[in-house]
Design a protein around this ligand. Structure first.
Ligand SMILES: Nc1ncnc2c1ncn2[C@@H]1O[C@H](COP(=O)(O)OP(=O)(O)O)[C@@H](O)[C@H]1O
Ligand SMILES: [Mg+2]
Length: 248
């Protein structure tokens, strides 16, 4: 089972949008997908129209609940969610007090190998305890990068993090891509010239993605014939061909 962490150390880089919609696209390809939210903001549940309940990832990581009690189904066939809520913010302090805490999420995911083909792990901004746990659990990483210099300049830090965790970087996803400003065009050019082979199909800036989140659906369910839904399907296929352990 491939476990793909979606990371970027800036907030607002399109991580959650990519994690939710890519998970939806993989489910559309017929895979059994678990989306894991390691961000205390709990945005994955909101974007999938799921009202928060207990237990969540926090209780599972702290050994207070079984993973099967926390995992919920979604309206998309094949897609389940291991949600988070604000309590997970406490895990930044409490988790490191547990033995082998950095392997906790990995153990949870390994125990799901027989019922899941793929896990997509959404991460909080920053490279703290929760992101570290996510990297430790992952078998591959995707990094999101909007066409802004500040996001672009952070890419070497993410490469260092994936190297240190021994997780192959499957690719960089240009998010909120637009060619309407010179700055955006310049950053895209630099991205393509410096990271050529790592650059994956870009996700354009589209209000439909925000409407889909409001409706609680991945774009592939909300507006399946839109260009951005097709982009997510293309992205899913490309990631499949890059992840060595992924089976379609
Ligand atoms: N491709 C896109 N087109 C339009 N809006 C987007 C796109 N990607 C993200 N957004 C919006 O930008 C904001 C931040 O995106 P989000 O995915 O939550 O980033 P992160 O998880 O990195 O903080 C959200 O309001 C989201 O709806
Ligand atoms: Mg997010």
């Amino acid at each position: 089972m491939e476990k793909i962490v979606v990371a970027a150390h800036k907030g607002g880089s399109g991580k959650t949008t990519v994690a939710v919609n890519l998970a939806g696209a993989f489910a559309n390809l017929g895979m059994r997908v678990l989306l894991v939210d390691t961000d205390p903001q709990g945005a994955c549940a909101a974007a999938l129209g799921i009202t928060q309940g207990k237990p969540t990832l926090y209780e599972v990581l702290m050994g207070q609940a079984q993973r099967q009690e926390a995992i919920v189904g979604t309206s998309v066939p094949g897609l389940s969610l291991l949600p988070s809520d604000l309590d997970l913010a406490g895990a930044e302090v409490e988790l490191p007090k547990l033995d082998n805490w950095h392997q906790g999420l990995g153990r949870v995911l390994i125990s799901l190998e027989s019922v899941c083909d793929l896990a997509i792990i959404d991460t909080p901004p920053g490279l703290g305890v929760l992101s570290y746990s996510a990297f430790n659990a992952a078998t591959g990483a995707l990094v999101t990068c909007p066409p802004e210099f500040m996001a672009f300049r952070a890419l070497p830090h993410l490469q260092e993090m994936t190297d240190r965790a021994g997780v192959p970087l499957l690719g960089i996803i240009p998010t909120m891509a637009t060619a309407t400003t010179r700055h955006a065009r310049e950053v895209m050019e630099q991205l393509n010239s410096q990271y050529a082979n790592l650059v994956l199909p870009a996700i354009p800036r589209r209000v439909a993605l925000q409407d889909a989140a409001l409706a609680g659906l991945p774009i592939t369910s909300f507006e399946p014939s839109s260009d951005v839904a097709e982009r997510f399907m293309a992205l899913a296929r490309e990631v499949l061909s890059r992840g060595k352990n992924l089976a379609a």
